[in-house]
Design a protein around this ligand. Structure first.
Ligand code: BGN
Length: 401
């Protein structure tokens, strides 16, 4: 008690001294020093934290110590408009165990599927204004489900040229369906620059490699630009074997069968392979310029790598083929029969490995990469003469069918 009394007296006499006119400048100096110290402490603290709000509305704090803290705002509309209630989430009033807020894997059978689809191409074109699925697409044609962990991260690779109208229809159609299939996905449209003849195989290989650079995909779908899925139960997922997702197309109507295939070993249109399956087959051959043969060659590669294409059930893998005229820069390749005849001897010489560590490495030009609204677009330049020269020993003897 006595001690407290003497301290109080000390403080009072000290204050009296500081307030006397003689020592006023000293008091002012001391107060300034205190204010400056408090201000620099605040600055130091904020310099040790780097904060940012990303497009998903997640606030992350990167402490200078290297520690990173995330605050999930995913339930708010936008961090800019967030209300005080949203901000309250940052204040640890109640202790929240964030690890418990985890998502479940998406169901094996997605619940929103409808089965057989009636496709009206005109409706797909008009859908731009009223289709919610398109609003959910992120630039570059990407999407990931918000309410469950997707079972597949699918890269859809569409080799094409001069078919913007078909690409537009196909990509809108796919966004609608692939979201119902609860996939995480990205669509890549790989266009071949003129004047080279179209080469579907080389574009597929480059597309797979670029997709692998872009994201962590578990499944690669090589997709014709004119093939519209007609049953949304045809899941764009991979399997333990490479998958041919087409059981019938309106392109190959036969008799009273509305959906047909041109021949039994036809494995084209839409195929799904994992990275390891694609690599095991060494991807597509790069030497088919113009129309025909690269798909039959790929089927040979798959078989020679001890794999076998599987198809979905007959009424599931049905496609509507958008009709079109023959492309002037994709004429039937007259050399394809000889090249196909030499397929086996070429399998390990050239393929997807031609872009990695190969003595006969293929060079290509990436003229453009654009994150368009519904797909990632790449324009690729290929030197046909150089490739034919590189592989001339492996192109087989020219002969007609
Ligand atoms: C085949 C083509 C395929 C094409 C289908 C369907 C060849 C190789 C020489 C036998 N194969 O004849 O590439 O997808 O027709 O149209 O031309």
């Amino acid at each position: 008690m006595e001690l407290a009394y003497s301290w109080t007296m000390e403080i009072v006499s000290c204050s009296k001294y500081l307030c006397s006119s003689k020592s006023l400048p000293i008091a002012f100096l001391i107060l300034t020093c205190i204010a400056v110290s408090i201000y620099s402490m605040v600055l130091w603290r904020s310099a040790n934290v780097d904060h940012s709000v990303n497009t998903h509305g997640n606030l992350s704090l990167l402490l200078k110590s290297g520690e990173k803290r995330f605050y999930n705002f995913s339930h708010t509309v936008s961090p800019v408009n967030s209300s005080l209630d949203d901000m309250a989430d940052l204040v640890p009033r109640k202790k929240i165990n964030r690890n418990k807020i985890s998502l479940e894997p998406c169901p094996i059978a997605p619940p929103g599927l409808v089965g057989k689809l009636t496709i009206n191409v005109q409706n797909i074109i008009k859908s731009v204004t009223n289709d919610d699925s398109l609003k959910r697409v992120v630039y570059g044609g990407r999407y990931s489900p918000e309410d469950c962990i997707p079972r597949e991260r699918t890269a859809v690779i569409i080799p094409y040229r001069d078919r913007e109208d078909h690409l537009d229809i196909l990509t809108r159609h796919l966004h609608n369906i692939l979201q119902r299939q609860q996939l995480e996905y990205q669509i890549f449209a790989i266009e071949m620059a003129l004047p080279t003849q179209f080469n579907r195989g080389i574009l597929a290989n480059i597309g797979v490699l670029i997709a692998k650079e872009t994201g962590d995909f578990s499944c690669f779908i090589i997709h014709d630009v004119d093939a519209l899925m007609m049953n949304d139960k045809n899941l764009y997922r991979c399997g333990s074997q490479p998958r041919h997702l087409v059981t019938g197309s309106t392109k190959y109507r036969s008799g009273n069968n509305e959906y047909g295939l041109p021949y039994d070993s036809y494995m084209s249109g839409v195929i799904a392979l994992t990275d390891s399956q694609y690599t095991k087959a060494n991807g597509f051959s790069n030497v088919y310029f113009g129309w025909g043969g690269e798909d039959d060659d790929f089927n040979i590669r798959v078989q020679r790598a001890n794999m076998k294409f599987e198809r979905p059930e007959k009424d599931i893998g049905i496609y509507l083929a958008i009709p079109h005229d023959t492309d002037s820069t994709n004429q039937k390749n007259p050399a394809r029969f000889g090249i196909l005849d030499a397929a086996a001897g070429r399998q390990w010489i050239e393929g997807v490995n031609s872009f990695i560590n190969n003595q006969l490495k293929i060079k290509y030009k990436r003229y453009a990469l654009e994150y368009r609204k519904y797909y990632t677009w790449l324009l690729i330049g290929i030197n046909e003469a150089a490739i034919n020269k590189q592989y001339e020993k492996y192109l087989g003897e020219p002969f007609a069918a």
